[in-house]
Design a protein around this ligand. Sequence first.
Ligand SMILES: *[C@@H]1O[C@H](CO)[C@@H](O)[C@H](O)[C@H]1NC(C)=O
Ligand SMILES: *[C@@H]1O[C@H](CO)[C@@H](O)[C@H](O)[C@H]1NC(C)=O
Ligand SMILES: *[C@@H]1O[C@H](CO)[C@@H](O)[C@H](O)[C@H]1NC(C)=O
Ligand SMILES: *[C@@H]1O[C@H](CO)[C@@H](O)[C@H](O)[C@H]1NC(C)=O
Ligand SMILES: *[C@@H]1O[C@H](CO)[C@@H](O)[C@H](O)[C@H]1NC(C)=O
Length: 552
Amino acid sequence: MKNSELSPTLTQYSPSSPDHRKPASLGPSGIDSSRSTSFLSKRRNRCVLLLSIVAIVVAAQTITTLLNCAPPGPEHTNGLLSLFTKPGPRLCADLPVSPDHWLLTNANAQAFVDIPHLAPLHPGDTVCVRVILPARKPNVTMIYAPFPNAPWDSVLLDMVGSTGVSVPVDLSPVARIESTIKDSVHIYEADVVLRDVGKYRPQGFIEFRDAQWNPEGRLLPATYKPEPLLISDVLEVEVVDSAESPFSLARYMDLPLCAESSPEGRWVSIGDLPFDASTMPSDNHNKVWLPYNCRLQYITYKEFAQCLVQKYPSVHLFGDSNIRRAMKKITTLGKWCSTQDERNTTGCVCEDYREPFDRFDVGKREVLVNIDPINGGMEASNNATRKSVIRMRKWEGLIEGSNEPWWKAFEPSGRPDPQIAVISLTNWDAAFSTRAFFAQELSRLLNLVDTTYSNATEIIVRTGQYYCCRSDDSSWKRRYSRLRNKLFDKYIIEAFKERFGGARKLSIWDVASLMEHQPFAARNESVVCNSNHVRSEIVDIENQLLFNYMCN
Ligand SMILES: *[C@@H]1O[C@H](CO)[C@@H](O)[C@H](O)[C@H]1NC(C)=O
Ligand SMILES: *[C@@H]1O[C@H](CO)[C@@H](O)[C@H](O)[C@H]1NC(C)=O
Ligand SMILES: *[C@@H]1O[C@H](CO)[C@@H](O)[C@H](O)[C@H]1NC(C)=O
Ligand SMILES: *[C@@H]1O[C@H](CO)[C@@H](O)[C@H](O)[C@H]1NC(C)=O
Ligand SMILES: *[C@@H]1O[C@H](CO)[C@@H](O)[C@H](O)[C@H]1NC(C)=O
């Protein structure tokens, strides 16, 4: 990665990099209301007139190029939009896409980020962020295709605050016919909520174009060769201090305890906290996860064991090796990977399958763990006579070709229904199933859950692990990608909600969101871990989300 073209982190993740210079002739239309002068330039008028033609002739890229409709310079949009500029937040829906942006057909034009309204915000306001990818020459050798309504391009973008807070930008295609056409201009947008005080700048790059994030069926994962995005220096949004901000760290300890399973939050360095965080589990960068609307209390593994015995005589966990890592913590009362010396070992950082472990048999499909309130999960056996029993069922998602079909996990057992069944999917499914096969198996799973458990059993859906920053070029060729995994998660959550939303209690254990909010450099540490397990420090924090939800 010596070539800076191929190394977006070098150019876009380094604040002092010269590549942050404002592009000369095209790119972000930073708006500075005090500076703007002209209204519609002549060139702009011509472009606007052309729009009607473009609407009819979608493949009009060549026409517009011939008529020399230049890419927009910052001065164009300044003039138009400054008429409406006022302080405070503006949603993307209130900020029309600059018509010029739809005419970017120069094959060499670079993709760029635009923030059409840069006025200062109060904590909790939204800012509209857009990414514009100019049209390119058709390339028929590209045979990847996105899921229906999903983007052609995978753009990894964050709003990064001066305090180190990183807020993911969840981009969606702007609803226009162009979004469905592979080689057209593609414009994505998101309304991003910024709650922490500070100056924010976009940081990111294009992971994949031409739907290469979605290697379905016989297609193999595409090589990961990210492309840079132009990000102008003017694209800075300030969230100004506000005495009454409910998100202020100074108020964190006054928040009610978290009662939801996936509270939105951010990572903050322990050194920046105005309160004592010594009991909170931190990641390997000394950051703690703090929800915005509620407070996580540290629940020890022993307290969790007591909570299980009191409130949950039976819990079922269905999942892969990530659930195994969670259970290693639970059954050792937190001792697994707890010392400083252990934490950097392979088992704690990434792959633990082969390490010796004496609390349960990691090779078994089905493990019953008896939890007692004195020693916690100190004993693993098939003797389910104690007060609380966790039944852990290992599966490889709902993929085809496991040595035991996943649905065997729902064969009648004669055991009473659990209070909670945790169902963890995505990791194997995104890697090995087609979307169509997965949809069919998921619907079978929903039926089995429905007929196996009474409506009194609560379902907790655990998302897949966050995945980014690479393709699997190991011999496994897992078809993971950041966007593909995210879309599998979304699909699963919607399917469960649709099926069970009214009938039974349903919650989401969003472990992906934890990693998605980490600073990019921390996320990129995962590239050396093929199995995409999170470090044991993060396993602890994932567990805290569940424990707070179940026991507060
Ligand atoms: C992530 O880290 C790897 C290896 O440490 C590095 O080669 C790569 O350039 C980084 N990725 C990005 C997108 O910066
Ligand atoms: C089309 O895409 C293929 C696969 O990435 C690439 O090798 C080829 O150079 C592209 N052709 C053009 C004309 O860009
Ligand atoms: C673990 O590794 C990190 C980075 O490689 C290093 O900074 C840290 O000191 C190590 N910790 C221990 C306890 O070895
Ligand atoms: C199960 O546990 C009970 C009480 O702890 C004990 O009496 C019984 O023998 C055990 N059964 C098996 C099969 O281990
Ligand atoms: C569960 O709830 C649904 C929706 O309220 C209802 O149709 C169904 O009969 C219930 N199932 C049982 C076993 O009670």
